[in-house]
Design a protein around this ligand. Sequence first.
Ligand code: F6P
Length: 433
Amino acid sequence: MLNVDIASLGPCLFDSPLHQIGTVEVPFKTDADRILYTNSLQELKEEGATAGEPLSFEEAGPREHVFFESARTTVGIVTCGGLCPGLNDIIRGIVNQCHRQYGITKVYGFRYGYEGLVQRYGHTPIMLRPESVSQIHNFGGTILGSSRGQQPIGDMVDTLEDMSVDILFVIGGDGTLRGASEIAKEVAKRGLRKAIVGIPKTIDNDIMYLDKSFGFETAFAEAVNAVKCAYTEACGAVNGVGLLKLMGRDSGFIACFAALAGSNVDFVLIPEVKFALHGTSGLLETLRYRLAKRGQAVIVVAEGAGQELMQSDGGTDASGNKRYGDIGLYLKDEINAFFKERRMEVNLKFIDPSYIVRSVPANPQDNVYCSRLAQAAVHAAMAGKTSMLVGRWHGAFVHLPLDMVTHGRRKVDPNSELWHAVLESTGQPAKLT
Ligand code: F6P
C-alpha cells in the first residue's frame, strides 16, 4: 500500500490572506478533499472489497488557515537539472503568487541549481519581484540557471538557515526531488520549521503519479516539427530515410507522442522495447521491405533505445545517470553499411534536434499548467506542508509525498494502449527481433 500522507510542519494558526481577495468566494480546500488513485470502477470495487477506504491523494488548493505569517516569511526558489520548457513560467508563477496573493515580499532565486545553495560556489542569490519576472515566460530556459548533480545536504540547509528561508521551492526531476527529500529530512532533524515543496520537471514525462510533467507537451510539439522535416527529407530522394533522434533516456514518451502527432513515421524505437538490427525480422530487413514498398521511411529513435546493441564507456553524467552511446549515429552507420553491402541506394538524413526541443518557451497549454502548478505549490507551502510535490492526477491538482514519487520511473508500458496506438499508426511489426 502506498503511503500518501503529506508531512506537515504543524497547526495552521493564521487566517489565509486570500480571504481578502475581492468579493468572489475563495475555493478553499481541506485535507479531507481527496482525489481517487484509480478511476476504474472495477479496480475501485476490488480495492473496496479488500482494503476499505480506497487509495486517494490530498487535493491541492488554498487552505483557509495557513502555517506561515506572510509578513515574516522568506521564500527561495531553485531550478535544477536539464532545461525544460516552462521553468520560467513556474518561477514567475511562484513570485506572483507569493507577492500578490500572500503578500510575501522576500523571494530569493538561487542560481545554478543546488550549487546556488552551497556558499563556496559564490553564486549570489537574486531577489525576485513581480516586475522583474513579468516577461520571463516568453523565453525558454531558466533565468536562475541550472546545474546537474547533488550537493552536500548539510551545506544547503546551512544556507537556508543563514538566509532565514522558510519555504524552498525545488523545481527538478527525480534526482533533484530525491535531493529535496534529503533536505526536508535534514531540516526535520535540526528541528527547523521550513517547508520543502517540489515541482516536478522533465521533458521525458517519466515522473510517477502524474498525468504529465510540465513542458512535456511543448517539447513533443517541437519534436513534431522535426518529424515533419525528417519526412520531407525522406521524400526528397530515392529511398530516402529520415532518421530522427529525440531525448528520452529511459522513457520513450516524446518519441511516441511525436510519432503519433506527426504521423508519416514508420518506426518508433524506445528504451522500453528491445529490437534487433539483423535477422529476417530485424530493423534493417524490415526497413528494406518498407523502402521497397513505399520508397521512403521515417525512423524516430529515443536516445535510450537500443543501448544493449552498443558498447558503453561505463561512465555516468553529473546526475549519476549512466552515459549512453549515441544510438542515432550508430543506426545511421549500420543502415548505410547494410544497404551498401546490398548495393541498394539509400539517402539517409540524420536529424538530432535534442536541445532545440527542450530550450523553447512553453506553449499556451504549458503556460497554463505551469501557472497552476506554481499556485498550488505556494498554497501547499503556506499551509505548512512539506517533503511533498504538487502534480496533476486525473485532471485535478494534488499533493504527493516526495518519497513516494521518487521510488521509480514512469515508462511506456509495451502492453499499453499508447504503445499499441504507436504500432497501429506506424504499421511497424510488434517485434523487430
Ligand atoms: O532529463 C531530461 C533530459 O532531457 C533527458 O532526456 C536527457 O537524457 C538529458 O536531459 C540530457 O541532458 P544534458 O545534456 O543537459 O545532460
